[in-house]
Every structure is written in C-alpha cells, then in structure tokens.
Design a binder for this molecule. Structure first.
Ligand SMILES: [Zn+2]
Length: 197
C-alpha cells in the first residue's frame, strides 16, 4: 500500500513503540488524521512536555519533575530501600499504599546477552546509598526472571559486608511477569511475606 511519506513516517514511529504492531500503528496513524488540529497539537505538546520536564531523580532515579523527587523529599530519613528495575515498577507499591520507605531504580537488570553488565545499572549508587544513608533493610523487588535473579544475587554479594538486611518479595509473582502490572492483592501478599535472601 502506498501511503504519503509523512503518514508512513508516523506509522513507523507508532510501530517503534513497545507492544504496538504494524497494524495497530497504521490504525493509530489514520486515527490521528481524523482528529481535530487542536487535539493533535495537544497530544504532541504533551509528548514534548513529558520528554523535556520528566527526568530521573538524581537520588533514586524514579521519574520526576522536581529533583530530588517528592518521594525522596517526603521520606527523607527512612531506613528501608525498595529496589526495582524501572520507574513504573513503584506503582503497585504506591497504589497499594503498603510501603512508606525509599526506592532505588536500577534502570534494568543484568542481561549479558544484550550487553547489560553491572556498570550499566545504578548498582554502585545503591551500595553507596545503603552505606551513607544508614539503611537497615534493602528489599529486592525485581520480578521473577533468571536475569532478575542474577541481579539480586549480585546486589546481595555487594552488600554482604554491610549490616543491612536483604529481603526479596515472596514468590507468587508469576514467572516473567512485569512488576508494573501486578495487582494490589498479589503485591500485598508478596510484600508482607517477603523473605531473607
Ligand atoms: Zn527520588
């Protein structure tokens, strides 16, 4: 099918997003053409504003518009750090209202096949925080995949010479599932029955 160049470009932009196949990308692009100019402008402005204003917090690396983020500011002095793979993984904790401690986003998990080694993640910064902020417990909430397990293992080793208690969420989170989409009840159970590493 021959499409105008700018439409083709829009389709390929949509198709580059996670979870969007070529068919859906085309449907979205055609939908945009039928939208009013105001709504298209509003969408593109929202995209730009989010990309420009939202940055990782310099302390915990959760996405924020103010640095340090409101979580770091309002919970300063807390002695528990919950370690997650990506910023959106804190949502099930915050939505369930089960946790009032600090967070630390790693920015991924170890994945040697994709070239993601420890130096590509915020692991040294975590070790630093545990020492400097006198943290008493580190909860590893990294989901359940072999990569997450080896990341947890590495962090456990690096924290071995500190007095910090290392725990992880109880099993019960389905294998390979994205923490971000875990329902509140499952998260609550996994959190409350967390186990020592
Ligand atoms: Zn923060």
């Amino acid at each position: 099918m021959v499409e105008p160049q700018s439409l083709e470009k829009l389709i390929s932009e949509f198709a580059s997003l996670p979870g969007i196949g070529h068919k859906t990308a085309r449907r979205l692009a055609y939908h945009m053409l039928s939208r009013s100019r105001e709504r298209v402008v509003s969408l593109s402005e929202s995209l730009l504003a989010a990309a420009e204003k939202v940055k990782p917090c310099s302390v915990c690396h959760v996405y924020t518009e103010v640095d340090p983020c409101p979580l770091c500011s309002s919970r300063a002095g807390a002695k528990i750090i919950c370690v997650v793979e990506k910023s959106s993984d804190i949502l099930p904790f915050e939505n369930a209202g089960i946790y009032k401690g600090l967070y630390h986003v790693l920015g991924g998990v170890l994945s040697p096949l994709d070239g993601v080694g420890p130096e590509a993640l915020y692991i040294p910064q975590l070790v630093d925080r545990v020492r400097k902020e006198n943290i008493s417990e580190v909860i590893l909430a990294l989901g359940s995949s072999p990569e997450a397990d080896s990341t947890a293992l590495l962090i456990d080793c690096l924290l071995e010479d500190t007095n910090v208690t290392r725990t992880r969420l109880a099993r019960g989170i389905p294998m390979g599932s994205d923490l971000e989409f875990i329902d509140e009840i499952t998260m609550l159970r996994a959190f409350e029955s967390r186990v020592a590493l």
